[in-house]
Write a protein that binds this ligand. Structure first.
Ligand code: DON
Length: 528
């Protein structure tokens, strides 16, 4: 079973599963196919995280997040007056050194059974022969017109300057050539061969700073999986450089302190869940960063005793302002000085959860001429100016300031939950910036705490709190007016939004697996 934001990409995974590949083979096939069929977020010009659980009990996590180029500097996005510019989001300076190709090759080599040349076939076919675009992709292309046409003419998405319409065929011959080179020569084609030359030439054309040295030094990192439990169910998550695992586990730990949570949808429940997220994000925003550069107190933040302290600060009927809570959080250890998720399982019970991103939809807007792919704008995930909000309104601190070679803090949260017999129960993750953490945590709560089916758990309305701005955001149409009024009376700043997050998940059900793409977005679950 494979679930992603693109039916074509999920079909690529199913094709590899049918041919005898395992979940990792299929996930890599899906990842490359997604770079063709969902170019707003599927990518080879970005990065991501993979959580892998093999049937024999081994668990592994791979960090293939982008890194800041060697020439990056702390204040590179400030103008002469010290004001933040939009260059961390748009254009050639916005990109971190891409990790996607190195990451996918590394996970295939360690846990796959098929060669890259085999699993990349569906992606190459999709790029070379094209595929018919649906309304979701056509809408995405139309929305990308401004940023993409600003930096490149002649992309396949805008023939004659006009966006491709639904029903048209998208052919990407340059991308097909790039993928073929990777399939034959491996990741080195991207980091050292002619694709690297094209990327560097693109940088030089637009005033970017990624060099051949940046590309040849890039390496993905196998990390120790983050492990916790929620009411006896094991949760395996992504440690920093993503904040996803730590923050979600911290929030779940705070909520676990209550012997039983109030019913789903009640004001009491939303107050507790929102307050737990608020506290976990206070720690996230101040204390987390790339562990290769700053000390990160992972053990403390994910401990049950730490959660008890935070839980004690939650009044049962009153919101606490973020600014007063910040003093309660222990000070950070001082240094000496549009995303997409896919979940895949195979018939043996191996499982892979991968979230990958260009950051914004269509990344920096820069398309690498000659090589046919979009570049990320991941540099905006750093605190480009510590203490000032980024694109997602996240107010982050010194731990996440820009340094050359550093990974920018992420919210991506690919997660695997095990059942009490230690079998894979839930394979989940999401797109949506900081709402990834809160969205994934809520589906886990819906399944483990409220015993919902996957369909109900995914369709249930969601809330979000990220400490600052100090407000409780909720999805329109989901909660009763009386509930919202009660939360307002408790002192929560209530903010309505149409939809918060884009989740793709698989859950074990009697006799097999149920896969479900985000109900409010495009995508496909394909099994066999
Ligand atoms: O790594 C992160 O946290 C962000 N780059 C994720 C961006 C995102 O989810 C945008 N998506 N819709």
């Amino acid at each position: 079973m494979a679930v992603s934001n693109s039916r074509e990409a999920s079909e690529a995974a199913a094709e590899v599963l049918k041919a005898g590949g395992n979940a990792v083979d299929a996930a890599v096939a899906l990842g490359f196919a997604l770079a063709v069929s969902w170019p707003e977020a599927g990518n080879i010009g970005g990065g991501g995280y993979a959580v892998i659980r093999m049937r024999d009990g081994r668990a592994a996590v791979l960090d293939y997040r982008e890194i800041a180029p060697l020439a990056a500097t702390r204040d590179m996005y400030l103008d002469a007056d010290g004001k933040l510019t939009d260059k961390s989001v748009f254009g050639h300076l916005a990109s971190g050194v891409p990790g996607a190709v190195a990451g996918m090759a590394a996970m295939l080599e360690r846990y796959g059974t098929m060669p890259l040349s085999r699993v990349m076939q569906p992606a190459i076919r999709l790029a070379r022969d094209g595929f018919t675009i649906d309304t979701a992709l056509a809408g995405s292309i139309a929305r990308a017109r401004g940023p993409v046409t600003r930096f490149a003419r002649n992309t396949p998405f805008f023939p004659n300057g006009e966006p491709l319409a639904a029903g048209a065929r998208l052919m990407q011959p340059e991308l097909a050539r790039t993928l073929e080179a990777i399939a034959v020569q491996g990741a080195s084609a991207f980091y050292r061969g002619w694709v690297a030359d094209s990327l560097v030439a693109e940088m030089q054309r637009g005033g970017g700073i990624i060099t051949r040295e940046d590309l040849s030094r890039y390496t993905p990192v196998w990390r120790e999986p983050l492990r916790s439990t929620y009411r006896g169910y094991a949760v395996i998550g992504m440690p920093p450089s993503s904040s996803g695992g730590v923050t979600s586990i911290e929030a779940l730990n705070i909520l676990e302190q209550y012997p039983k949570l109030p019913p789903f949808g009640s004001a009491g429940y939303l107050h507790l869940v929102g307050s737990a997220f608020q506290r976990a994000f206070i720690d996230r925003n101040a204390k987390l960063g790339d562990p290769a550069f700053v000390p990160v107190p992972i053990a403390e933040l994910t401990s049950k005793s730490y959660a008890r302290r935070w839980q004690a600060s939650i009044a049962p009927d009153r919101a606490t302002p973020t600014r007063t809570l910040e003093n309660l959080s222990s000070p950070p250890a001082r240094e000496p000085e549009h995303t997409t998720h896919y979940s895949v399982v195979d018939s043996l019970g191996n499982a892979v959860a991968i979230t990958t991103t260009l950051n914004n939809s269509w990344g920096s807007g820069v398309w690498v001429r000659g090589a046919g792919f979009m570049l990320n704008d991941e540099m905006d995930d750093f605190a480009a100016q510590p203490g000032k909000p980024n694109m997602f309104g996240l107010v982050q601190g010194e731990q996440n300031a820009i340094q050359p070679g550093k990974r920018m803090l992420s919210a991506m949260s690919p997660t695997i939950v095990l059942d009490q017999a230690d079998r894979v129960l839930l394979v989940i993750g999401a797109a949506g910036g900081p709402t990834i953490i809160t969205g994934v945590s809520q589906v886990i709560l819906n399944v483990l705490e409220h015993r919902m089916t996957l369909g109900d758990a995914m369709r249930a309305p969601r809330i979000h709190h990220q400490a600052l701005p100090d407000s409780l955001t909720y999805e329109a149409g989901g909660f009763g007016r009386a509930v919202l009024d009660s939360l307002r009376t408790m002192g929560h700043g209530m903010r309505e939004i149409r939809s918060l997050v884009n989740i793709n998940a698989i859950m074990r059900v009697p006799g097999g697996w149920e896969g479900l793409p985000e109900p409010l977005r495009s995508g496909g679950a394909v099994g066999h």
